[in-house]
Write a new protein. Sequence first.
Length: 185
Amino acid sequence: MSAVRPWRLKLVALGVLVVGLVVDLGTKAWFVDLLGMDPGANGPFGEIDLIPGFFALQGTYNPGVTFGLASGQTEFILLLTGVATVALLAWLLLTPRPSRILHTALGLIIAGAVGNLWDRIHWHKVRDFFLIYTGDLAEPSWKWPNFNVADALIVVGVCLILVDELFLAPRRERASRIRGTTASS
């Protein structure tokens, strides 16, 4: 099996980043129109119950971060997100690890971070519209905070990094040690 050239992994990651960002910003624009989400209004905005009792489109704006934390602290959130995005981009471009999963995951995370950063720069809040809930949409018995494609990209990317680090990296290291032992015998 031939080794993957590091620059090819970087290009794949940048491709994932661009596609993820386009999908995120495209869905946000589409759902803002579909759900009548006026950035100057406080809502409520439109709702479409796609799978009754489980999944709906419901327009909201989040002025904070995850779960609405740090609401109204736009400058701090912008600074933190900007620094984190630059750090992630540096990790992506400088890592010598030949892991396809790591590079793909970093592309996903950066796409999500840039997509939400775009919203914060333009509206000082993030456009969210996916809703997972139980019960009646008008009064759910339980609901997960609304989210968007960028949030999903970040979560999937973090999960991929965890899988890579916890399960796949140790296997690669063991295989490398075995190859090294065999080669020196």
